[in-house]
Design a protein around this ligand. Structure first.
Ligand code: ARG
Length: 288
């Protein structure tokens, strides 16, 4: 009896060890990464293990297999830390890792396409990209153009001002002010509702923040997590305590692409259940 238990325990330990050794993704998905790794400069840190595994031998077989299963093209705008941003030659971030995990669960290759934020929905609509993952907020308006997955994060729109600004203390104080936003974002949409405000639209959120540091504008409306990153990187700025709105991030697909949407939702559910999603978030966002 004792011996049996030991054998079982050993087997369990070995199983656990082999699971731990194969990174975060299911083993069967390790091979198809190869083609993506060769085709694009962008690859996630999480993918590196698998790329190494693939390079250890079955490269050709892997490439063939991936051709069969196809490549998922993710459209994003990598100007949005910690969700997607450039790190050296790579595009990394929460969305990239979630998308990589989704592709892995679906046994597909995965590629990142970095475009303007307001081009993501058209790119998905045209089928040039399979899905958009860009800290994209679910809105009724966007739902007319694309289908959204289940939410994978709750976010806020916040207001950034100069640290010594005594004039703007809450969203109400934005009336009549000059406000910087990233073009086509929810910050842009909400800012346009503020009475008498002048809206300056920038291609990158970071550019709006720069304009603020240069006193060209009075405030920036942007998502809470990138705001924290930008404020940490630039001296003399602060985020107002009162958030502007609360919203949900989700992945968008072409209208009617239920097969992909189901796959994405199943992957999100299993990433949530396994704790993997939280692990990805924790890697990029340190709890306060
Ligand atoms: N959450 C905002 C929106 O959906 C901003 C997203 C910006 N994302 C990006 N990758 N630049 O409109």
């Amino acid at each position: 009896m004792k011996k049996q238990i030991t054998a079982l325990a050993l087997a369990a330990m070995m199983a656990a060890a082999s699971l731990a050794g194969c990174s975060s993704k299911p083993a069967e998905t390790s091979a198809p990464e190869t083609e993506a790794a060769e085709e694009t400069a962008v690859e996630t840190k999480a993918e590196e293990t698998e790329k190494a595994e693939a390079e250890n031998g079955e490269t050709e077989a892997a490439a063939e297999q991936s051709e069969n299963k196809g490549t998922l093209v993710m459209a994003t705008n990598a100007e949005f830390p910690p969700y997607e941003f450039h790190d050296g030659g790579e595009i990394v971030g929460i969305d990239v890792e979630i998308a990589a995990a989704i592709a892995a669960e679906m046994g597909m290759d995965f590629e990142v396409e970095d475009i303007a934020f307001d081009s993501i929905i058209p790119e998905v609509q045209s089928g040039k990209a399979d899905f958009g993952a860009a800290g994209m907020t679910v809105t009724e308006d966007r739902k007319q153009s694309v289908d959204f997955s289940d939410s994978y994060a709750t976010a806020t729109q916040v207001i950034i001002v100069k640290a010594d600004n005594a004039d703007i203390a809450s969203p109400d104080d934005l009336e009549g002010k000059t406000i910087g936003v990233q073009l086509g974002t929810t910050g842009d949409i909400y800012a346009s509702d503020i009475a008498d405000a002048t809206i300056e639209q920038y291609n990158k959120g970071f550019e709006a923040v720069q304009a603020l540091t240069q006193n060209k504008i009075d405030a920036v409306i942007i998502d809470g997590e990138p705001a924290k990153v930008f404020v940490a990187e630039n001296e003399g700025l602060k985020i107002l305590d009162e958030a502007f709105t609360t919203e949900e991030y989700a992945i968008c697909v072409k209208k009617g692409n239920t097969e992909l949407l189901d796959g994405i939702n199943a992957a999100i559910a299993s990433l949530k259940e396994s704790g993997e999603l939280q692990k990805i978030v924790d890697k990029y966002i340190t709890a306060e």
